[in-house]
Design a protein around this ligand. Structure first.
Ligand SMILES: C[S@@+](CC[C@H](N)C(=O)[O-])C[C@H]1O[C@@H](n2cnc3c(N)ncnc32)[C@H](O)[C@@H]1O
Ligand SMILES: Nc1nc2[nH]cc(C(=O)O)c2c(=O)[nH]1
Ligand code: SF4
Ligand SMILES: [Mg+2]
Length: 242
């Protein structure tokens, strides 16, 4: 059976971000990314620092492990990374979860298409703004949104843009204009992904959140938008596995 490179399986916790924020969920975090965002809060998935922790698992292994740690205390699994959309064979895991009546969410940046996107219940696409130092391939992103639209999947999809500065804000507006049919979430950027002083971190993030809200409420071109912090970061700081 084909294997998936897994870095973490944890939960139940709450989804801290985006379209299903607050939902009780388990997480499966895959290894490897085609991007290297300057501020990535999960850089250990691609920078080699956790390469010894990567475990090659079959879909069955992952499902067993989810049950071992989550028992019967979950009905939702979020797959994140790294970029899980690098893995063509994730359909095995997605099918297995669905057979067991588990809802499946997935986080990806919109750089790659996989046919199994159409099976995801909550698909978050998070194109990267200028502060990340990554360049969005808009031909690719257009194609992904087009394919999802053609297959009547847009009700299961959202776009989420992380905001650090004015250029990011303008980029997010561009995303909103380009894909008006897809719900848009703005997410507060965490400047200090290694900081251990949670009080200081929380207070900075709440300040950033307030500033982003102030900017959005003044803006007549961004009426149909949702503005959120990363809830898990406010609660647990930069701790891994929550
Ligand atoms: C770690 S990524 C993994 C999934 C996929 N590679 C992606 O970027 O969408 C999960 C989410 O965390 C966001 N993220 C990463 N670093 C962040 C930071 N420093 N502050 C806020 N959000 C961040 C990403 O933009 C993405 O929406
Ligand atoms: N609680 C919690 N919510 C999250 N939402 C997206 C996450 C991610 O790293 O992809 C994440 C995470 O790592 N933890
Ligand atoms: S695309 Fe996601 S996982 Fe990859 S570097 Fe950027 S934030 Fe990190
Ligand atoms: Mg995270």
């Amino acid at each position: 059976m084909s294997k998936i490179p897994v870095l973490e399986i944890f939960g139940p916790t709450i989804q801290g971000e985006g379209m299903v924020v607050g939902k009780k969920t388990m997480f499966v975090r895959t290894a490897g990314c085609d991007y290297s965002c300057s501020w990535c809060d999960s850089a250990f998935t691609w920078d080699g620092s956790a390469k010894d922790e990567i475990v090659q698992m079959t879909a069955d292994d992952v499902w067993k492990r989810l049950q071992e740690i989550g028992g019967r205390r979950f009905n939702h699994v979020t797959i994140s990374g790294g970029n899980p959309a690098l893995l063509k064979n994730l359909n095995g895991l997605i099918n297995l979860l669905k057979q067991n009546e588990i809802e499946v969410a997935l986080e990806t940046q919109g750089s790659r298409w996989q046919d199994w996107f159409v099976q995801i219940d909550d698909l978050t696409i998070s194109p990267k703004p200028p502060s990340s130092n990554m360049k969005t391939d808009f031909d690719k992103l257009d194609d992904i949104i087009h394919q999802l639209s053609e297959r009547n999947r847009l009700k299961y999809v959202s776009l989420k843009v992380v905001i650090f500065d004015e250029a990011d804000y303008q980029y997010a507006k561009g995303i909103g204009e380009r894909y008006p049919q897809v719900p848009l979430y703005l997410q507060v950027g965490n400047h200090d992904v290694h900081g251990e002083d949670i009080e200081n971190l929380t207070s900075n993030l709440l300040d950033q959140y307030e500033q982003l809200i102030d900017r959005v409420v003044q803006d007549e071109q961004l009426n149909d938008v949702r503005v959120l912090p990363q809830l898990h970061t406010l609660v647990w700081g930069n701790k891994r596995g929550v």
